[in-house]
Write a protein that binds this ligand. Sequence first.
Ligand SMILES: O=C(O)CCC(=O)C(=O)O
Length: 285
Amino acid sequence: MGTDKPHDFTALGSSPDRYLLTPAQIAAYDRDGYLVLPQVLSDAELGPLEAVFERFIRGEVAGMGRDFCDMSGPYGRAFEDFNLVNAVLPRVYEPALVDNVFERRATSIAQQLMGADATLDYDQFLAKRPQRAGAVFAWHQDLGYWPSGTPDTRTVTCSLALDDATLENGCLRVVPRSHLEQALRPHRPSAWSTSPELRAEAHTLTVELRKTDQVVALPLARGSITVHNERIVHGSAGNQTDGWRRTYVIAHRSRQTVTYERSIGFTHSHNDTINWQTHLEALEV
Ligand SMILES: O=C(O)CCC(=O)C(=O)O
């Protein structure tokens, strides 16, 4: 890792806030449903963000309710038992994050991929604990978690590696071009939530992989990002290493979509009353 050529922020059209994509990268995103972009943030830029990230991941931010949870298991697990520590909407709980350098670069990337009305919809901190086989992000399509009636579903999700992401620590894996399928795949509650008493607590959903799916792993150097479409099938495996795998996620959608979803009470908070449970009912699971 770390052998990527540095991104040239002085190139024509680039600026400290603008990460300029090439036409080939934009075409690859449309074709494959994902991109890997090297060196979006430098070590010096990552430092202050990491300090905030750590406070969240240690559980030191009060008042989050279900927005601080284990993304690999039921709500209500003891903190020590979290495998995949998940802090949703950190910018809501810590406004100092608003307009940080990653937000600005993610907005510039999203605007190049989906148009000038790309607006920051939600953010998320994810951290896989060392030596946790259970730190699995089940296969899913992001859209499977969101309200089914939204007219414009376009989403650009940027995931920034705070640690090198590797096969061993459970880097992101995608099924290229699955975003082009006509219909969303059926989403089911994850295996751990199939018992009746846990069913009410289901917040992770999963899709079946098909025999024809060709999975591609996306190892990533610290400071680099993956970008993915809301319909691509993706997930990640457990962490078999002695280190953490920490990721900072920012998703952009059209301004109209964000306004519409807020109007029906959907904010991406796990404390929302309209949530994936509502969506599960819509899917008749
Ligand atoms: O990075 C990962 O392990 C999975 C994250 C993910 O599924 C997402 O951001 O939608």
